[in-house]
Design a protein around this ligand. Structure first.
Ligand code: MG
Length: 201
C-alpha cells in the first residue's frame, strides 16, 4: 500500500492546478484543492496505513477521503475505496482486483444515483472494470486498463452532464473533460505505472 499511496498522492498533487481548471470550467473550481487535501491526509497517515492489511488500509483511506475531500468527490471516492476494501481479499490477482473495483464502483453508482454516460468518474471506472475482466489470461492488463481509462476520460468531453453541479450548465458542459473522471484516470494510470515498474524490477 505504501508505494501505491505515495504514487497516487504525488500524481494527484502534481495535477491539482489542472483539476482545478477543469472544475472551474464546469463546476465550482475546488476539485484540485479538495483532492490535494485528501491525498495529503493519506500521506500524513502513511505509516499507519502501511501497517494495516491492505484491504483494511483501503477502507481507512476511504474514511479519510470522506473526512478530508470536500464537495461531491469526497463521499464518492470514499465510497469507492471503502466498498472496494470490503470486497477485496488483499491479493493482486486480476480477478481479485476486478471484483474489488467492481464492488467499489457499485457503491459509487448507488451513492451518486448515477450510471456511466453522465460525465462523471464512472465514465472512467466502468470501462476499467471491463478492461480488467477482458484481460483475464491475456497478460496485458495494465495496458488494457490504461487505454480504457484514458478513452473513458476522453469520452466525457462530448458528454452533457446530468449529475452533480455541472448538470446546471446543461449543454454548456459539453466540450470540457469531467474533473472527477480526470482524477480517476490519473489514479488508474499511476497504479498501472507502479505495477509495470514492479513487474520489470
Ligand atoms: Mg467542485
Amino acid at each position: 500500500m505504501r508505494p501505491a499511496i505515495e504514487r497516487v498522492a504525488c500524481r494527484i498533487m502534481e495535477a491539482a492546478d489542472e483539476l482545478t481548471a477543469l472544475d472551474s470550467a464546469i463546476g465550482d473550481g475546488d476539485h484540485g484543492h479538495n483532492m490535494k487535501r485528501g491525498w495529503q491526509a493519506a500521506l500524513d497517515q502513511l505509516d499507519e496505513l502501511a501497517g494495516l492489511p491492505p484491504q483494511e488500509a483501503l477502507q481507512k483511506l476511504g474514511m479519510t477521503m470522506v473526512g478530508k475531500v470536500g464537495g461531491a468527490s469526497g463521499p464518492l471516492y470514499g465510497t469507492l475505496f471503502l466498498q472496494a476494501g470490503k470486497a477485496w481479499d488483499g491479493t493482486l490477482s486480476l480477478g481479485a482486483v476486478a471484483a474489488a473495483v467492481e464492488a467499489g464502483v457499485a457503491g459509487v453508482k448507488k451513492r451518486g444515483k448515477s450510471e456511466a454516460g453522465e460525465k462523471t468518474m464512472l465514465d472512467v471506472w466502468c470501462p476499467v472494470i471491463e478492461a480488467l475482466r477482458s484481460a483475464e489470461g491475456a497478460g496485458d492488463a495494465t495496458r488494457r486498463t490504461r487505454v480504457a481509462a484514458d478513452a473513458g476520460l476522453a469520452a466525457t468531453r462530448d458528454m452533457k452532464a446530468t449529475k452533480g453541479r455541472a448538470a446546471y450548465l446543461g449543454e454548456r458542459s459539453v466540450g470540457h473533460l469531467d474533473p472527477g473522471a480526470r482524477s480517476s484516470a490519473l489514479l488508474v494510470g499511476a497504479l498501472c505505472d507502479l505495477i509495470d515498474e514492479e513487474a520489470h524490477a
